[in-house]
Ligand binder design. Sequence first.
Ligand code: LMR
Length: 333
Amino acid sequence: MASKSPIRVSVTGAAGNIGYAAIFRIASGAVFGADQPVALNLIEVGPGLNALAGVVMELQDCAFPLLTDVVATGDLDEGFKDADWCLLIGAVPRKDGMERKDLLGINGKIFVGQGQAIARSAKNSVKVLVVGNPCNTNALIALRSAAGLKEENFFAMTRLDENRAKSQLANKAGVHNSVVKNVAIWGNHSSTQYPDFTNALIAGKPATQVISDHTWLKETFVNDVQKRGAAVIKARGASSAASAANAALDTLRNLHFATPAGEWHSVAVLSKGDYGITPGIMFGYPIRTLADGSWEIVKGLPVDEFSQSKISITEKELLEERATASEALGLKL
Ligand code: LMR
């Protein structure tokens, strides 16, 4: 057993498809490293609790050397107790033909109670990543409900879009996806998001130099990344699970370890006005994690007219979602 004190990760929807694909990898050390013990607080609701008992049996059966403790519960306060990280996955997923924001009425209220319980029971330094859709606005709801916690510790996942974008760019350029870097996802994790190819690098060169077909970049690429979640739902008959879990774990890792020099990763944080975005919405930005565990938005990236027009569309949608959620929940978000 390694000597560091464990990182306690609370996971909602722990027995669901995404949760099931995530927790074994957290327990294995694949997120926080091979010398970092972890403890898991697994949270489920109603019928999910039976399945959760089976998941706990499977965790035992893995005999993970780094896993120090497992709590399985339907109670939010017990589930978030002493958490260092809360991974908020549990939510109703969308079906074919829906936009993610159509889930706001169903899922939004869950995040009020979760935000409140996190504030009551987790560590004061807790970090919260929202995966359940519509994740940006759900994260805003959780943040605004979590009195006393730091705004900068709330995040919504855009890393799945970043990974999708990298894979599409690599495929088009005929290179391995590992050489595609610095793909910012601006705005909402929705079909208005803007996967920014103008600042992306492929093997160290601007993506716009490597891929000469700029119509493909502006139209096919942007559209395909925006609609990839819907395409997965159509093909699978269910929304993405393993890739969503993978992106959630990439996000935790990206926010835990310092970002390599010259690089960035994508995650949505509370806007304070950077790049002219209205303050007070959870907006996808290019982010760098610093050695002390804090993060900063990458400053001074060029935003051309095309990018600006796309960024304005996704900003407008997030403002509309905030207004809808505020009204539905009777909250000042
Ligand atoms: C995704 O992007 O695959 C997930 O957010 C699920 C969805 O509704 O698209």
